[in-house]
Ligand binder design. Structure first.
Ligand code: PMP
Length: 367
């Protein structure tokens, strides 16, 4: 039987595993930071209308520059993220993973490096590898905040071409102070110059304002966002960035022609028409997230402060065994491989109650 290793794949891919959160069919699935609320029926109907319209033109390639969609995304950011941006500042792709890949294709690549402060979103390292970009694992404090002095020192030492800052961070939920971003941006400019990517996939769930205003007068600072979480549209695959227009011009050097299908553009535009309803769900999820934090603490768990739609909790002597015990009780959470810790996504109140009951059982067993 021919296996991967019999093929002439790139050396750095040998022996590696693909990204894979388990997709298991259990009653309570709180493992991939999805939004638990299905899209409202009025939006589903509007998507059908807009997709029908788009279907009449499917013999043609879509708008290659996605101008209408980027205009609406810019309006959304201007309205909600505290800083005015226009279509020239915004670029969109199939999920923020593709945005990040395009950034690494543009600013990383063979002979270049990227740094992230771990534990953080594992795809930053994986997309680096996939684009031939060397990966540097930077440090964090014990409380999962970024250790600014150590991060500065790592940037000065390695002179990476791309610096990832995830705020709120996945899997810890930790938000990053604007001052920290500015300190790392300065360090990156002094060492590089290099670009700094602020991955704000969970930005809408934060207690704090967006870091978007920091892009002003900083052409090498890029903010990445997604419709997968706050818009409850993980299945849509729509991510976007906001940055200086020169960055938007630069990523076009690597994007595939017509990368965003007409169906995707039509669906995303329909969702943006329903922003207010969807942001209402975000408020409900933020309240549930805060409830998870306080109830987990009252049960006796250690919990990392969270600004995201998920919560990191522990600590377990054997986090994987705890993960399995919760699964045995019908609740799927995430073991991100952070020793002692697990991560739970805020679900509906009923799902969260089921999760909290399962943790109570588990803690009883432990004591
Ligand atoms: N960034 C972070 C920090 C994430 O956690 C995720 C998804 N889990 C993404 C980016 C990618 O999301 P998407 O491709 O669905 O936009």
């Amino acid at each position: 039987m021919t296996g991967i290793d019999d093929l002439p794949i790139r050396e750095e891919l040998r022996g590696k595993s693909p990204y894979g959160a388990p997709q298991l069919d259990v009653p309570v699935r709180l493992n991939t930071n999805e939004n638990p609320y299905p899209l409202p029926e009025a939006l589903v109907a509007r998507i059908a209308e807009r997709v029908t319209e788009a279907a009449r033109d499917l013999n043609r390639y879509p708008d290659r520059d996605a101008v209408e969609l980027r205009t609406e995304l810019a309006r959304y950011l201007t309205r909600t993220a505290g800083h005015e941006v226009g279509v020239a500042n915004v670029w969109a792709a199939n999920g923020s993973n593709e945005v990040l890949q395009q950034l690494l294709q543009t600013f990383g690549g063979p002979g270049r490096t990227a740094i992230g402060f771990e534990p953080s979103y594992s795809m930053h390292a994986l997309i680096s590898r996939g684009t031939g970009t060397g990966w540097i694992s930077g440090p964090r404090n014990a409380d999962f905040t970024i250790d600014v002095d150590a991060a500065r020192a790592a940037i000065a030492e390695h002179r990476p071409h791309v610096v990832f800052i995830t705020s709120p961070n996945n899997p810890t939920g930790t938000a990053v102070e604007a001052d920290t971003v500015l300190a790392l941006y300065e360090a990156a400019q002094a060492a590089g110059p290099s670009i700094v990517v602020v991955d704000e996939a969970y930005g809408e769930f934060s207690h704090r304002p967006s870091l978007l205003p920091l892009i002003e007068n900083r052409p090498q600072l890029i903010l990445s966002r997604t419709m997968s979480k706050a818009f409850g549209a993980a299945g849509l695959r729509l991510g976007y960035l906001a940055a200086h227009p020169a960055v938007v011009d630069a990523v076009q050097l690597v994007r595939l022609p017509y990368h965003l299908s007409a169906v995707t553009q039509a669906t995303a535009l329909a969702a943006l028409e329903h922003t207010d309803t969807l942001l209402g769900y975000v408020e409900a999820l933020k309240a549930e997230r805060d409830r998870l934090v306080s109830e987990l603490r009252s049960i006796g768990c250690e919990v990392t402060d969270s600004d995201a739609n998920f919560v990191q909790f522990g600590r377990f002597e054997d986090a994987h065994a705890a993960w399995q015990s919760l699964l045995d009780r019908g609740v799927l959470v995430r073991d991100n491989g952070v020793p002692g810790w697990l991560r739970v996504t805020a679900g509906t109140p009923t799902e969260n109650d089921a999760f909290l009951d399962a943790v109570r059982d588990l803690m009883k067993e432990k004591s």
